[in-house]
Design a binder for this molecule. Structure first.
Ligand code: AMP
Length: 114
């Protein structure tokens, strides 16, 4: 989508601290991190929400979650624990309408989330 920030990051038109890129997915560090490890894992294709992505391409959804898991390993938080969060809609605080999985770790994460 032409007016989508994360499509622009996928295209390389907006700079980001990219830690992984392949044909289907990009992972980059959040610009305003909420934990020592805060990485956004996104599909290259534009889908607004996780539910829309899962309905359109369940296999890609699974690959993104597997990628998040492998990044948790490489970032050193797999053993201490991490959280994968997908905000959906205004009440949940979704501010970018290109689905993204937040990978958070490196500190104790309270529950329930705010
Ligand atoms: P959400 O509010 O769940 O939609 O998450 C959007 C996330 O994108 C927030 O955590 C922002 O800090 C992050 N973000 C916004 N712009 C950028 C950017 N240019 N590069 C990296 N992360 C960004």
């Amino acid at each position: 989508m032409s007016d989508c920030l994360f499509c622009a990051i996928v295209a390389g038109d907006v700079p980001a601290d990219v830690i992984h890129r392949d044909d289907d997915a990009v992972a980059f560090r959040d610009i305003d991190p909420k934990a020592p490890v805060h990485i956004l894992v996104i599909p290259a294709a534009h889908h607004a929400t996780a539910a829309e992505l899962a309905a359109a391409d369940p296999a890609a959804t699974g690959r993104l979650l597997a990628l998040a898991g492998s990044i948790a390993e490489s970032e050193g938080v797999a053993d201490s624990g991490y959280r994968i969060v997908t905000n959906t809609g205004p009440g949940a605080g979704q501010s970018v309408h290109h689905v993204h999985f937040h990978l958070l770790g490196g500190r104790d994460l309270s529950w329930p989330p705010g």
